[in-house]
Write a protein that binds this ligand. Structure first.
Ligand SMILES: NC(=O)c1ccc[n+]([C@@H]2O[C@H](COP(=O)([O-])OP(=O)(O)OC[C@H]3O[C@@H](n4cnc5c(N)ncnc54)[C@H](OP(=O)(O)O)[C@@H]3O)[C@@H](O)[C@H]2O)c1
Length: 363
């Protein structure tokens, strides 16, 4: 049996290739091994960041591929079709991190009623969240459209939730407004939703491209929408915070020069821009720093105790989901051509922000 994998050239992300990997048969799986058929997965700009930072943050090591190619990790669903673990039956449905592929072998460990981890040696040098799978069979919160929202948005909304919490915990570093770049992105509008509903009187300002400005304005979670070519019009009479979603170096430089010392926080969370430059060291205003989600998770896990993050995140998610029927349209794509097209469209910034893509390579 073979697994088809949609791989990309690690040193030239415009190149992709479908490859066949021979899998062991059910009897020859590793101890406690599961053969999982990858059913469907979400693809957004965040997955491009995984590829851009593949070497630095070890994303390429999660699902190794041969000859300078790499598997970009995606969030999605898979069904166990063969199992050597006594407590995981065939037919079990899992939600978690997968390659864009037809199959994945998982070495099940830490199996509980709610989930398991992949204990494969090559996966152990990344944050634990990337090796965790939730058992979601029969759970309506992970079925149908609700399930698509989980795959498309839940991991992104965790970042939105953590940045909102971090800014509030630090009293916005004295800022009276928060500017979010890539304002049309799911991560940004998740954060804008939280700021808008919970952190008044902080003004939430969406920075976006000209073509997406009307979409961003229609969301209703930004107080102001300003296009990238118009940031010099932003008022500088108050301290402001900046959350940089896409890593556009020119925009960062422009904002720092425009606000000077009034820019009291400059946090970087993503890297979608392929021409990203880094001249952060010499800019006026707060020094740009990477926001590292696992650090905030570790801190809050300690402070809030068992279940503390889950409870708060659950409440935030519940307030967010009702917005989504109006904010995004989910479309399904199946097969190599569809996967390649959405991959390249996302890589090259051609996906409309109201379109959210669920993909599959499964036959
Ligand atoms: N650090 C973390 O843990 C973490 C977690 C989640 C997300 N993020 C980051 O947040 C960002 C948004 O991710 P998402 O999945 O929410 O995005 P998404 O919903 O797919 O975002 C779509 C929007 O992002 C911008 N964009 C998309 N492709 C682009 C490209 N090739 N070049 C430049 N801009 C592009 C455009 O926004 P505009 O027209 O508005 O500019 C586009 O409308 C990513 O950079 C991601 O890495 C980081």
């Amino acid at each position: 049996m073979t697994s088809q994998q949609f791989t990309v050239a690690r040193d030239d992300l415009q190149q992709s290739r479908l490859i066949d990997i021979v899998l062991p048969d059910a009897n020859n799986l590793p101890a406690d091994g599961l053969l999982v058929k990858v059913d469907r997965f979400a693809f957004t700009a965040n997955n491009i960041t995984y590829a851009m930072l593949g070497d630095q943050l070890k994303y390429w090591s999660l699902f190794p591929a041969p000859n300078g190619f790499g598997n970009i990790p995606v969030w999605g669903f898979g069904d166990v079709i063969a199992s050597r673990h006594p407590n995981i039956p065939e037919g079990e449905r899992l939600f978690g991190y997968f390659p864009m592929a037809t199959h994945l072998i998982i070495e099940a460990t830490d199996v509980s009623k709610r989930g398991l981890r992949d204990g494969a040696a090559h996966r152990q040098n990344v944050a634990p969240v990337y090796n965790a799978y939730t058992r979601v069979g029969g759970d309506p919160a992970f079925a149908g459209r609700a399930g698509d929202y989980q795959a498309l948005l839940r991991p992104l909304f965790m970042l939105s939730f953590l940045v909102d919490d971090f800014l509030a915990e630090n009293a916005f570093f004295g800022a009276r407004s928060a500017m979010l770049s890539s304002a049309s992105s799911k991560t940004a509008f998740g954060l804008a939703h939280l700021l808008h509903t919970q952190r008044k009187p902080i003004r939430v300002i969406g920075l976006t491209s000209r073509g997406n400005a009307s979409y961003v304005a229609s969301l209703g979670c930004y107080d102001d929408v300003v296009t990238y070519d118009d940031v010099s019009s932003l008022a500088t009479d108050h301290p402001a915070a900046y959350v940089d979603m896409a890593g556009n170096g020119d925009l960062r430089t422009q904002l720092h020069r425009h606000f000077g010392d009034k820019l009291v926080y400059s946090g970087r969370v993503g890297l979608t821009h392929q021409d990203a430059t880094d001249d952060s060291a010499n800019l006026p205003g707060a020094r740009p720093t990477w926001f590292f989600a696992p650090d905030q998770i570790r801190k809050r896990a300690k402070e809030w105790g068992p279940g503390g993050i889950d409870t708060r995140f659950g409440a935030a998610w519940t307030s967010f989901v009702p917005m989504l029927d109006r904010w995004i349209n989910v479309t399904d794509g199946r097969g190599e051509a569809a996967v390649q097209q959405i991959y390249l469209d996302t890589l090259n910034g051609r996906v409309r922000p109201d379109q959210a893509h669920m993909l599959s390579l499964a036959a």
